[in-house]
Design a protein around this ligand. Structure first.
Ligand code: HEC
Ligand code: HEC
Ligand code: HEC
Ligand code: HEC
Ligand code: HEC
Ligand code: HEC
Ligand code: HEC
Ligand code: HEC
Length: 424
C-alpha cells in the first residue's frame, strides 16, 4: 500500500517535471529561432508581464510549428485563448458594445458591395470593426477568402506582444478607431477642456493629482471592459418621445435607416438593430446608461451641473432631428413624384442611409447622407464631449447649409423634370 503510493507519487512528480520542462523547452525553441526571424517581436514579448509569468509563444500559438517550413501550422489565438487566464475581462467584454463591432459591420448591405481588402482584409471598415468575437461561420468565411489574421479583439487596445495595461489606459489607445469622418471623439476630446487638462497633466504642467477624465474614466469605469452609451452612435432610440414633432422626426429618420418602411411598418432591419444592440429599445435601457454616466461626472462636478450639460446634448439631438427630417422628406418626395428613380440596390423608393456612399447615386442623396453621417453626428457628439467648435462649426452650421443646398437642388430637379415634360 505504502510502497505503491511512493511509486505512484514518484511517477507523478517525474511526469509533471517532464511536462514542465517540455513546456518551457518548447517556449525556448520558439524564442531561440524567432530571435533571428523576428528579433524585435521577441523583445516586445520579453518586456511584457507575460514573459515575467512564463506565458511564452507556444501558450498562445500552440507547438505544432517548430521549423522554418511549418509556419503555417502556428495557431492564431482568439479571445477564447486569452479567456483561459483572463476570464473576468473576457466576460465583461462580451457584454459590451465592442463585442458587436464585426456583427454590425457585416449586417450592413454596403459591406457586401465594397472591396474585400477594405472589409475582411482590415484596410478600411474592417480595420476598426475587428472588435468583437467572430462566430464559427464568420471565421470559416474569412479563412475561405484567405484571411487568417485578425482573429483577436483583445490586442486592439493593448497591442501585441507587449499586452500592456498602461497602454490601454491611455486615451490614445482609443484614438486609432474613434476618430475621423463620423465619430471624431478623439479630436473632440483632445481639444476640449477635459483633454487639454489630460495633456497638461501628462507634461507635468498640472499637478499629478489634478483631475482630468480620460475616455476610459467615463466609458470603461473602474477598469471594466463593458462599454455602452445611452444614445449610442446613431442617436435614435425607443420609445418615441412624447413631443409630437420630435416623434415624427425620429420616425422619418428610422425610415431613412430602413428600420421602418416608407409607410412606417417595421422591416427585417429592426431585427438586426435588436441583434447587434444598435439602439436602446426601452426607456429603462437608456436611463441605466445615462445614470451610470452621471455617476462618473459627479466625481468632479455637481450633479445639477452634469445633468444640465447632458440634457443640452439631448436637446441638440432633437433640434438636429428637425433639420434632418425636413431634408429626408424633401428627397423622399422626389422619389414619390417620380423625379428620382429607385436605384437597383434599394428595397424602397426612399433614401437609404445604410448604403453609405453607395447610396442613391444622385448628388442630392450624397449631400443628405453627409448631413446625417458627418454633420448630425458632430452636432451632438460635440456637445457630449464638451467641444464647442465641433458642435457648432463642424456640426450644426453645416447641417443648416446642407438643408439649404438640398432645398435648392430639389427645386432645380423639379424644374428640369418639368422642362423635359413640356419638350416631350
Ligand atoms: C527554426 C526556426 C523557427 C522555430 C523553432 C519556430 N519558428 Fe515560428 N516562424 C519561423 C519562420 C521562418 C516563420 C515565418 C516568418 C515569415 O513569414 O517571415 C515563423 C512564423 C511564425 C508565426 C507567424 C505565422 C504566420 O502565419 O504569420 C508564429 C505565430 C510563430 N512562428 C510562432 C512560433 C512558435 C509558437 C514557435 C514554437 C512552438 C515557433 N514559432 C518556432 C521560424 C521558427
Ligand atoms: C498572450 C498571447 C501571445 C503570446 C504569448 C505570443 N503571441 Fe504572437 N500573437 C498573439 C496574437 C493575439 C496575435 C494576432 C493574431 C491575429 O492577428 O489573428 C499574434 C500574432 C503573431 C504573429 C503574426 C503577426 C505579426 O505581427 O507578425 C507572429 C509572427 C507571432 N505572433 C509570434 C510570436 C512569438 C515568436 C511569440 C513568442 C516570443 C509570441 N508570438 C507570443 C498572441 C500571442
Ligand atoms: C496562460 C495564461 C495567460 C494567457 C493565455 C494570457 N495571459 Fe495575459 N497575463 C497572464 C498573467 C499571469 C499576467 C500577469 C498577471 C496579471 O496581470 O494578471 C497577464 C497579464 C496581462 C495583462 C496586463 C499586463 C500589464 O501591463 O499589467 C494584459 C493586458 C493581458 N495579460 C492580456 C492578455 C491577452 C490579450 C491575452 C490573449 C491574447 C492573454 N493576456 C493571454 C496570463 C495569461
Ligand atoms: C476609423 C475606424 C472605423 C472605420 C474605418 C469604420 N468604422 Fe464603423 N464605427 C467605428 C466606431 C469607433 C464606431 C462607434 C462610434 C460611435 O458610437 O460614435 C462605429 C460604428 C459603426 C456602426 C454602428 C454600430 C452601432 O451599434 O451603433 C456601424 C453599423 C458601422 N460603424 C459600420 C461601418 C461601415 C459600413 C464602415 C465602412 C464603410 C465603417 N463602419 C468604417 C469605427 C470605424
Ligand atoms: C477598448 C479597449 C480594450 C479592449 C478591447 C480590451 N481591453 Fe483589456 N484593458 C483595457 C483597459 C482600459 C484596461 C485597464 C483597466 C484599469 O484601469 O484597471 C485593461 C486591462 C486589462 C487587463 C489587466 C487587468 C488588471 O487589473 O491587471 C487584462 C488582463 C486585460 N485588460 C485583458 C483583456 C482581454 C482578455 C481582452 C479581450 C477579451 C481585453 N483586455 C480587451 C482596455 C481594453
Ligand atoms: C479597433 C478599434 C477600436 C478601438 C481601439 C476602440 N474602439 Fe470603441 N468602438 C469601436 C467600434 C467598431 C464600435 C462600435 C461597435 C458596434 O458596432 O457596436 C465602438 C464602440 C464604442 C462605444 C459604444 C458607443 C455606443 O454605441 O454606445 C464606446 C463608449 C467606445 N467604443 C469607447 C472606446 C474607448 C473608451 C476606447 C479606448 C479605451 C475604445 N472604444 C477603443 C472600435 C474601437
Ligand atoms: C467626461 C466624460 C467623457 C470623456 C472623457 C469621453 N466621453 Fe465619450 N461620451 C461621454 C458622454 C456623456 C456621451 C454621451 C452619452 C449619452 O449617450 O448620453 C459620450 C458618448 C460617446 C460615444 C457614443 C457616440 C457619441 O459620441 O455620442 C462614444 C463612441 C464615445 N463617447 C467615445 C469616447 C472616446 C473614444 C473618448 C476619448 C477620446 C471619449 N468618449 C471621452 C462622455 C465622455
Ligand atoms: C475627473 C474629473 C472630471 C470628470 C469625471 C468630468 N469632468 Fe468635466 N471638467 C473637469 C474639469 C477639471 C474641467 C475644467 C473646469 C473649467 O471649466 O475650468 C471640466 C470642464 C467641463 C466642461 C467645460 C466647461 C467649459 O466652460 O467649457 C463641461 C461641459 C464638462 N466638464 C462636463 C462634464 C460632464 C457632462 C461630465 C460627465 C459626462 C464630466 N464633465 C466629467 C473635470 C471632470
Amino acid at each position: 500500500m505504502k510502497r505503491s503510493f511512493i511509486i505512484f507519487f514518484t511517477f507523478m512528480v517525474t511526469l509533471l517535471l517532464m511536462l514542465g520542462t517540455t513546456f518551457a523547452e518548447e517556449g525556448e525553441v520558439c524564442i531561440k529561432c524567432h530571435r533571428a526571424v523576428t528579433p524585435l517581436l521577441v523583445k516586445d514579448w520579453q518586456s511584457s508581464e507575460h514573459s515575467n509569468n512564463d506565458v511564452n509563444c507556444s501558450v498562445c500559438h500552440g507547438s505544432k510549428h517548430k521549423s522554418k517550413k511549418t509556419a503555417h501550422l502556428a495557431k492564431m489565438p482568439t479571445e477564447a485563448t486569452c479567456a483561459e487566464c483572463h476570464e473576468e475581462q473576457f466576460d465583461q467584454f462580451v457584454k459590451g458594445k465592442h463585442n458587436f463591432g464585426w456583427t454590425s459591420l457585416n449586417a450592413l448591405p454596403v459591406t457586401h458591395m465594397e472591396p474585400d481588402e477594405l472589409m475582411e482584409g482590415g484596410k478600411g471598415c474592417g480595420g476598426c470593426h475587428n472588435m468583437g468575437i467572430k462566430s464559427e461561420a464568420q471565421k470559416k468565411e474569412l479563412r475561405e477568402k484567405g484571411y487568417t489574421y485578425r482573429t483577436n479583439s483583445c490586442d486592439e487596445c493593448h497591442t501585441r506582444h507587449t499586452f500592456s495595461k498602461k497602454e490601454a489606459q491611455d486615451p490614445r489607445a482609443c484614438q486609432i478607431c474613434h476618430m475621423g469622418f463620423d465619430h471624431p471623439q478623439w479630436e473632440m476630446y483632445e481639444s476640449s477642456k477635459h483633454g487639454e487638462r489630460y495633456a497638461m497633466k501628462e507634461m507635468g504642467r498640472l499637478p499629478k493629482d489634478a483631475s482630468a477624465p480620460t475616455c476610459q474614466f467615463c466609458h470603461l469605469p473602474n477598469g471594466t471592459h463593458t462599454n455602452k452609451t445611452a444614445w449610442g452612435f446613431l442617436a435614435v432610440r425607443l420609445p418615441l418621445p412624447k413631443d409630437k414633432q420630435w416623434a415624427e422626426d425620429r420616425t422619418t429618420i428610422l425610415k431613412a435607416l430602413g428600420v421602418l418602411d416608407p409607410k412606417g411598418k417595421p422591416t427585417a432591419r429592426l431585427d438586426i438593430v435588436k441583434a447587434a444592440d444598435l439602439a436602446r429599445l426601452t426607456e429603462e435601457a437608456w436611463k441605466t446608461e445615462r445614470e451610470k454616466m452621471v455617476k462618473r461626472c459627479k466625481k468632479c462636478h455637481s450633479e445639477k451641473y452634469a445633468r444640465g450639460e447632458l440634457e443640452k446634448g439631448d436637446q441638440m439631438i432633437k433640434k438636429a432631428d428637425r433639420l434632418m427630417a425636413e431634408a429626408i422628406n424633401i428627397v423622399a418626395d422626389l422619389y414619390k413624384d417620380g423625379i428620382l428613380k429607385k436605384p437597383g440596390h434599394y428595397t424602397y423608393a426612399y433614401p437609404d442611409f445604410l448604403h453609405f456612399y453607395q447610396t442613391g447615386g444622385s448628388h442630392i442623396e450624397q449631400v443628405l447622407f453627409k448631413m446625417y453621417m458627418k454633420h448630425r453626428m458632430r452636432t451632438y457628439q460635440g456637445v457630449f464631449h464638451a467641444n464647442p467648435d465641433y458642435a457648432y462649426w463642424y456640426g450644426w452650421a453645416p447641417m443648416t447649409k446642407a438643408l439649404d443646398k438640398i432645398r435648392e437642388m430639389a427645386e432645380d430637379l423639379r424644374f428640369k423634370a418639368k422642362v423635359q415634360q413640356v419638350r416631350r
